[in-house]
Design a protein around this ligand. Structure first.
Ligand SMILES: [Zn+2]
Ligand SMILES: [Zn+2]
Length: 203
């Protein structure tokens, strides 16, 4: 099961949209009530996403994967900003919609484009939790993006190489991850792999 977890106030429609779309890839997706966690800020007033992930990793989630959404600008030390963050093969990912809006850049609101970016960013960070690192394929979702233009250029889906990596990761991790996270994780991995395989065939 995938849990969508709003941190603080987040527009419910965005979460519903993510749930609707991510169900295709992750099977059961639930939206949890918003939680308040102590946030750490840098001198520019941005939320430190790595500290937030540390908190979330201690959060007693009922799901194998957790996608946190926070409607604040996020970063990690040493960079100006980030769109999202996740630990490789970890349980939790976090995304921020703040810089995905056209109005952030003083351009006309484009809601459809915003939602598309939100979903791509969610898939990207969840890709990291599935063991994917950044990919050099221009159209692959796992391509690193530092601007919204780069997000717009890439696809929602993973390239064949990345899909094979997820399949390989699931096999390699067969003993360790499943033993660490219990039977639930095994079932989630199966669901995701089955769905990704079907989608890959359709492409
Ligand atoms: Zn990334
Ligand atoms: Zn790729």
């Amino acid at each position: 099961m995938l849990e969508i977890l709003p941190v603080g106030e987040v527009q419910h429609f965005w979460l519903e949209y993510l749930r609707y779309e991510l169900e295709e890839y992750f099977g059961d997706v639930i939206i949890s009530p918003p939680i308040e966690v102590p946030l750490s800020f840098n001198e520019r007033g941005q939320v430190l996403a790595d500290h937030l992930l540390d908190h979330l990793n201690r959060y007693p989630a009922c799901a194998e994967k957790v996608l946190a959404v926070i409607d604040r600008d996020i970063t990690v030390s040493g960079v100006d900003y980030i769109f999202g963050l996740a630990a490789l093969g970890g349980r939790c990912a976090v995304i921020s919609p703040v810089r995905l809006r056209e109005v952030y850049y003083n351009r006309e609101c484009d809601y459809e484009l915003f939602l598309e970016r939100l979903l791509k960013e969610a898939m990207h960070e969840l890709g990291h939790t599935l063991g994917l690192t950044h990919c050099n394929n221009e159209s692959c979702n796992m391509k690193f993006s530092s601007t919204v233009y780069e997000i717009d250029r890439k696809s929602l889906l993973f390239c064949d190489d990345c899909l094979n990596t997820v399949f390989g990761y699931a096999k390699v991790q067969d003993t360790r991850v499943y033993a660490a996270n219990g039977e639930g994780s095994k079932n989630l991995m199966r669901t995701i792999l089955d769905r990704l395989k079907k989608i890959q065939k359709k492409k």
